[in-house]
Design a protein around this ligand. Sequence first.
Ligand SMILES: Cc1cc2nc3c(=O)[nH]c(=O)nc-3n(C[C@H](O)[C@H](O)[C@H](O)COP(=O)(O)OP(=O)(O)OC[C@H]3O[C@@H](n4cnc5c(N)ncnc54)[C@H](O)[C@@H]3O)c2cc1C
Length: 370
Amino acid sequence: MKFSYWENKTWLSNIDFVVVGSGIVGLNCALELRAKQPKSKIVILEKGLIPHGASTRNAGFACFGSLTEILNDFDSHSPLEVYELIQKRVSGLKRLRNLLGDKQIKYRQFGGNEIFLQHDTEKLHNSLAKIDDVNKLLEPLFKEKVFVIKKNKFNFQKTLENTIFNKFEGQIDTGEMMDALLNKAYRSNIRIINNVSLESYEDIGSCVNVCTNQFALSCNKLFIATNGFSDLIINEKVAPARAQVLITKPIKNLKVIGTFHFQEGYYYFRNIDDRILLGGGRNLDFQAEKTNEFGVTETIQSKLDELLKDVILPNTKFEVDQRWSGIMGVGNKKTTVTKQLSENVNCGVRLGGMGIAIGTSVGKDLANLI
Ligand SMILES: Cc1cc2nc3c(=O)[nH]c(=O)nc-3n(C[C@H](O)[C@H](O)[C@H](O)COP(=O)(O)OP(=O)(O)OC[C@H]3O[C@@H](n4cnc5c(N)ncnc54)[C@H](O)[C@@H]3O)c2cc1C
């Protein structure tokens, strides 16, 4: 593409910082760079017409892990690592809420509920055996019990009577959060160029040469915030993981209010705008979902339909309105990969299913690598 003198001068030359990806991490990285270097020229390259990864496609849980999810994490992390993961999520959520404000992101703390299907008696029993240990581990963070046993009051069917309630869990409006972040970026004179995909880069020491599907440019420092798409451009231990969701049409007198998890967080649902948003089922076909192609599948969507009809809304008329997917970045550990890759190139990726909680901090940490 041939650019005019003006296009070149204003947008595409003398760039201090290029950030790749305008998800929650890329936007926070750019905002932190602006705070560090008020006069710098910052450009975000985004392959979508709007941000098009996980940050605009998630479920909007402002959470830090259900009890079974946390217990599961002990299999692959030490108790200290588990504590640090939760600490990061809790402080990241505070940072997000302070940055954008609860009103703006429609933060509501209805509490989180973990429910157990009828055949999960043993799982509930095992979780309850360890609930005190986990509460004790989290005491320094919350100063009171996080997980308590409660009776299921939502008329779910095919579930056990006892649920585990966490009053500290909240929910946000994902679209509002991303819109607020984008507006902050625009107001901070951060230029976002959409529909441009980074294909490769070369750090030549004095600068980084960046090659996109539309044009080439140079910058002083490059920041990669492409999460689930990162394996296409960098060689780090981050794999794509597609997650599918559906949303119902509005339901009159909807009584299901809050955030809900079951099966170690592999399924989750919440109320939003008088609707139910339900997601999960990646564990039904890990191999097929290890992809950075968007799409929904019959296997997973029919399971979500079944759960909605038989478990969540058994006595309520509803219609599914929309189905979609998003791409997460995962690895064998739940820690992020936030590091310098070469003299002038840095990355902040692998946020798993907790990007709302940790994305703001990861973006800031990424910017602070320089
Ligand atoms: C269905 C679903 C439900 C989820 N639910 C929750 C939840 O309830 N709570 C929670 O905390 N987390 C949840 N998550 C996870 C959370 O959304 C992510 O962890 C978080 O959004 C990751 O943010 P990010 O900025 O790192 O990546 P992304 O938001 O994926 O941003 C990466 C951006 O980079 C762009 N990009 C990629 N490659 C290139 C390239 N080569 N050139 C230019 N641009 C590129 C993409 O288009 C994208 O906009 C969910 C995820 C999904 C998919």
